[in-house]
Design a protein around this ligand. Sequence first.
Ligand code: DAT
Ligand code: MG
Length: 138
Amino acid sequence: TPVEETLVLIKPDGVARNLTGEILRRIEAKGYQLVDLRMVQPSRDLLAAHYAEHEGKPFYEPLIEFMESGPVVAARVAGNRVIEGFRSLAGTTDPTTAAPGTIRGDLGRDWGLRVQQNLVHGSDSPETAARELALWFG
Ligand code: DAT
Ligand code: MG
């Protein structure tokens, strides 16, 4: 399998809760490489492009507002099957039911009450990864 790249975002809740180091530590401990890293205050246009697939869904507006609420850390991460592997590391979307041992399962909690406050984003396919990496890293 060729080495893949994925886009990881540490969402505003992760940055605000000082979990950036802990989340990056887990990515590095798994053996993935941090190829590029930046802190961004994302514009609404960037977020609309990033979450285009969810436009029109009931959680879309709250999601965009939350993602606009503070800086996020964007990482270009490389590794074998890293797209699938990072999503496994992150856990399922809802932190309430995400498995222990995952980022969302261990660190997500009722601090945020809302599903979108789930600490991280990871691309879900090679096509999505290419599109999202171009958006966040040009
Ligand atoms: P993921 O981030 O696990 O890939 P997704 O792409 O389906 O999940 O949704 C993007 C984000 O939108 C997700 O991280 C949190 C939010 N979200 C998804 N489903 C939701 C729901 N049913 N209610 C509230 N927010 C939701
Ligand atoms: Mg997704």
